[in-house]
Design a protein around this ligand. Structure first.
Ligand code: PMP
Length: 450
């Protein structure tokens, strides 16, 4: 049964009050989880709000406060929480069994659906996360090309696989010139050769990208690009930049991997279709699993054949106890069937409206932010943010202000991420956009007064 949610009258952030249920749970969590946490992204000081239930576009925390959810588990829920068709599909599958040592019909159907939508995907394989999808794409590219290195863009996140954990959020002071960035490890403990085998490129800078890729061309297996990278504040690709990258990589026999874990939301056939370029491999996750853990790597039949076990041991073996788990596949299928052209267009219009009105509000309040983004995705970025990582990076004072705005929005009943990422779900319409703009206005004015 879906847990009912009713909106409370009063707001504020009860989870921050001494003795709150969230404070208590966090105290307990510290005894068994490092820093009380098992997902870095959702930690926020002094402690996060613990969640109890969601329905549609509403999310209720353990204090009983219900807010509008503009984060949707970091953009992974297309239809909000507990869409009846998704709940029915998942429950029906759980009742038949949740995990088998063998493939299921739903796996074939979801694969067919994605192949039919995305021009670049002829074959696809499912994983359990976007991180795994990127890991398998990089391995496939190395296996196919016989080359060791990959290139990625500064300020872009692709999960927690070593090769991608370079220059994700570097301090520019330690990252070299902007047109020739130095690789900076995002994490301690990366494999020792990681920095030498990952080349870092500046976003949307054609001449620098051309120079750096050509210098390393003989060693590069792949260039990994997120068409509209969320971690960098959703900067729009410079017109023609992605097709340019396609041409450049093709000329040098380098594979192009489009990481669409988030940007797949941007069109019926994903971001590559929207921006008119044909990557060799595409990585997916989040939305395609209907709210369950998922990932996928897809691409041309030639490259994807490195995984083919039908003629003996594949060049890239890819086991995984929960790959294409039947519950995930059933929920993903129900979810993607409801992600129609009409709904995508509707949310794009709603998103345009939200961005425009939010930007008026921010300007009126004199806060140093604007709302960037496309389609159903948005991101609060510094006013001066351009199309590269470094200009999108807030300084310490602006970062503190953005966190305060996030907390004030929460206190006004609206959820976005603490770094300013948000998205729409199909459970939303004009009233929810109005509520967002109202909450933003109230929060921004309160900040200006304080
Ligand atoms: N790539 C991108 C572009 C992402 O945004 C993310 C996650 N936010 C990942 C990869 C990793 O996906 P997951 O969290 O499912 O491992």
């Amino acid at each position: 049964m879906v847990i009912g949610v009713t909106r409370t009258e009063t707001f504020g952030n009860r989870f921050l009050e001494p003795g709150s249920r969230s404070a208590e749970l966090f105290q307990r969590a510290r005894g068994s989880l490092p820093g009380g946490n098992t997902r870095t992204t959702v930690f926020s000081p002094p402690h996060p709000y613990y969640l109890r239930a969601g329905e549609g576009c509403w999310l209720t925390d353990v204090e009983g406060q219900t807010r509008l959810d503009f984060l949707n588990n970091y953009t992974s829920l297309l239809h909000g929480h507990c869409h009846p068709a998704v709940v029915t599909a998942a429950q029906a599958q759980i009742a038949r069994g949740s995990a088998f040592a063998g493939p299921s019909g739903a796996e074939v159907e979801l694969a067919e659906l994605i192949v039919s939508r995305v021009p670049a995907i002829e074959r696809i394989r499912f994983t359990n996360s976007g991180t795994e999808a990127v890991m398998m794409a990089v391995k496939a590219a190395r296996a196919f090309s016989g080359r060791p290195k990959i290139a990625k863009f500064e300020g872009c996140y692709h999960g927690t696989y070593d090769a991608a954990e370079v220059s994700v959020g570097p301090d520019p002071a330690a990252a070299g010139p902007s047109d020739e960035p130095i690789g900076v490890p995002e994490s301690a403990g990366l494999a020792p050769e990681t920095l030498e085998s990952t080349v870092v490129l500046p976003l949307n800078n054609r001449s620098a990208v051309e120079r750096l890729v050509e210098r390393e061309a003989d060693h590069l297996a792949a260039v990994l690009v997120d068409p509209v990278p969320a971690r960098a504040g959703l900067p729009e690709p410079e017109p023609g930049f992605l097709p340019f990258l396609r041409d450049l990589t093709s000329r040098h026999g380098i594979l192009l991997i489009a990481d669409e874990v988030i940007s797949f939301r941007l069109g019926y056939g994903g971001a590559s279709q929207r921006f008119g370029f044909q990557p060799d491999l595409v990585t997916l996750a989040k939305i395609i699993g209907g709210g369950f853990p998922v990932g996928a790597v897809g691409g041309g039949a030639d490259v994807m054949s490195v995984f083919d076990p039908s003629a003996g041991k594949p060049r890239v073996p890819h086991g995984g106890t929960f790959n294409a788990n039947p519950v995930t596949m059933a929920a993903g299928l129900a979810t993607m069937r409801l992600w129609t052209e009409a709904e995508i267009v509707r949310l794009e219009r709603l998103g345009d409206d939200l961005r425009t009105r939010a930007n008026w509000t921010l300007e009126e309040a004199g806060l140093p932010f604007k709302l960037a983004g496309q389609g159903s995705l948005f991101h609060l970025v510094p006013v001066e943010a351009g199309r590269d990582y470094r200009s999108s990076l807030p300084d310490a004072a602006t970062t503190a202000q953005r966190r305060e705005l996030h907390l004030r929005l929460l206190g006004s009943g609206v959820i976005i991420s603490q770094t300013g990422l948000g998205c729409l779900s199909t459970a939303m319409d004009a009233p929810e956009v109005n509520e967002f703009v109202e909450a933003l206005r109230a929060s921004a004015l309160a900040m200006r007064r304080s």
